[in-house]
Design a protein around this ligand. Sequence first.
Ligand SMILES: Cc1cc2nc3c(=O)[nH]c(=O)nc-3n(C[C@H](O)[C@H](O)[C@H](O)COP(=O)(O)OP(=O)(O)OC[C@H]3O[C@@H](n4cnc5c(N)ncnc54)[C@H](O)[C@@H]3O)c2cc1C
Length: 499
Amino acid sequence: MKSLMPQLAMTPHVAALLKLAGHAGFVANRRPAETPAPTDAITNWEGGVTYSPAVVVHPRTIDDVVRVVMDAASYPSPVRAVGKLHSPAPCSADDGGTMLDMTGMTRIIEIGHDFVTAEAGALYIDVAEELARRGKQFHINTEIGNVTLGAVACAATKDSSLIGTSYWGQISSFVSGMKVVRPDGTVASYNETENGEEMRLLRSSYGLIGVIVEVTLRIKPLTAIWARHRVFTLEQFRAAVPSLVAEGKALMMYFYPFSGRVMVEERREVPGVKPTSSGRWWLRNAFWRRLGPMFTVLIARGSPNRAIEYRVRAIYDFLICRWTTFIVGGNATKPHLQIIRHSEKPGPYKFVFSMWSFDEAHFFATLEAYFRFCREYAERTGFRCDLPAVGYRMVADKNALLSFTHDAPAMSIDPASTGGPGWDAFLKAFNEFSSAHDGHPLLNQTKHLTPEQVAKAYGDRWSEFAQARRARDPGDRLLSSYFKTLLQSAEPDQTMLLA
Ligand SMILES: Cc1cc2nc3c(=O)[nH]c(=O)nc-3n(C[C@H](O)[C@H](O)[C@H](O)COP(=O)(O)OP(=O)(O)OC[C@H]3O[C@@H](n4cnc5c(N)ncnc54)[C@H](O)[C@@H]3O)c2cc1C
C-alpha cells in the first residue's frame, strides 16, 4: 500500500479538498473494504516483517493525531504510531488497523541549556547534528541514527553505559517529559518531576497507552570521547572486565564464537575536553551500513564450498579486528559521529540481528554456553551466523517499568547475520537458549518471542504493565495483535472480572 501523499499534494482539487476539510497536511490513505489486498505491503526496514494496515495516516499536527484516535469508524483499531519501522520484531503496526506514520512531525521545538524538546517524528541523528552545531549532545550515542524520538522514548534501546558520566545505557532513561494523545483522544503532558510513575510506564509503553507527539530529552555539553578497540580471548576478557569497569570504561563487544575471540570497544568520556577528532568512526559506520554485509556475502559467493568459506571468513575477521584496533578510536573523538545514518532501505547488503540481555553475575557462564551453542547448532543444522554477534554492558536501570536491566547490571548477546535461510530458525533456538539462561528480551528488537518467554523474563512487572495498560485503554484502541498475544498470560481474565 502506497501513501497517496505525493499525488495529493500535486493536484489543485486535492489541495482545495484538504482546505475545505480544514486540515491541510493531514493525509489519509484509506482502503475501502471492497478493494483488493495491497500488492506492495508495508515492511519493516529489512523486510522481515510485513504489515497490512487498512489505513495509513501521515499526521502533521497534534490535532491530526487526536482526530484519528477519536474516530474509530473512519480509522479502525488498533491505531498504531510508528517511526522509521526499524524494529526487527512486529511491534509497530498491525493488519487491518490504522498506521499513524509519525515521520512527518519533525520540528525541534526548543533547545534549552540541558534539554531539547522536539516532535515525536524527529530523527535522533537530525537532532544530534543540530545539537552538535550548538556545542551540545545527547547523553547516549546509539549506533543507529534514523530512529524517531517517539520510538526511542517508549521502546527499548541499548548502548554501552558511559558509567563515569552519563551512566544509563537506554535512551528513554534520559526522557524527562512527553506530550501524549491518550487512547480516549485527550492530550496530556507528563514530566519526570511531577509524574514519575506515569513516566516510568510510558518509557516502555510501545505505543500501547498513548501516541507520543512531543518528547523532551536531557542533553549536555559536547564532550570528547576517548575510545579504543582491543581483542581478547574469552578467558582474557572475563579476567579483564572487573578492572575495565573499575576504570570507568563503557564496553561494547563483538563476539566470534568460532574463533573464541572478543573484540572490545572501550569508551570513556573526557569531561571538560572539547572533541577534536573524527575517531574514524566513519570507517566503523561504513562497515555497519554496507561494507560488512557486502564482504560477507561476497566471501560466501566466491567460495567453492563451506569449508573454504569459513576459512576465508576467519582470515577476514582476523584482519578486520586488527585494522579496527589500529584505526578506530582516539583521545578526543566527536561523540555524535558514532551515530549512523542508515540508508532508507538496505538493498542487497544488509545486516539483521536480535538481542537478549543477561545479568552480569552469570554473563560469562552464559557467553561460554553461547559459543558452545553456536558450534553445536552449526554442526546439527549447517547454519552459522555470518557476522559477529555484538554485545553491550549496561548498568542497572529502573527508569522504565520494562527495562531489560531493571534489577542488575547486564551484558547482552545480539546475534547478527546477513539473514537468509536458516536465520529465523536460529533465532527461535536462540530464544529458547536465552530464556533457559534467564535472559531479558527486548519487545522491539527480539524476534519470534513467545508469551511464556516474555512472562518468565519480566514476571510481576509484566503483570503490572498489563494491568496499567488495561486501565488506560479499556477499549483496546491501541492494542495490536502482537502485544495482545504476548500479554495474554499477564492480562486479568475479563470474564472473571465481570463475574
Ligand atoms: C540496522 C539497524 C540498526 C539498529 N541499531 C540499533 C542500535 O544501535 N541501538 C538500539 O538501541 N537499537 C538499534 N536498532 C533498533 C531500533 O533502534 C529500535 O527498534 C527502534 O525502536 C526503532 O525505532 P523506529 O523509529 O524505527 O520505530 P518503529 O520501529 O517504527 O517503532 C518502535 C516502537 O515504538 C512505537 N512508536 C513509535 N513511534 C511512536 C510514537 N510517536 N508514539 C507511541 N509509540 C510509538 C511503535 O508502535 C513500536 O512499538 C537498530 C535497528 C536496525 C534495523
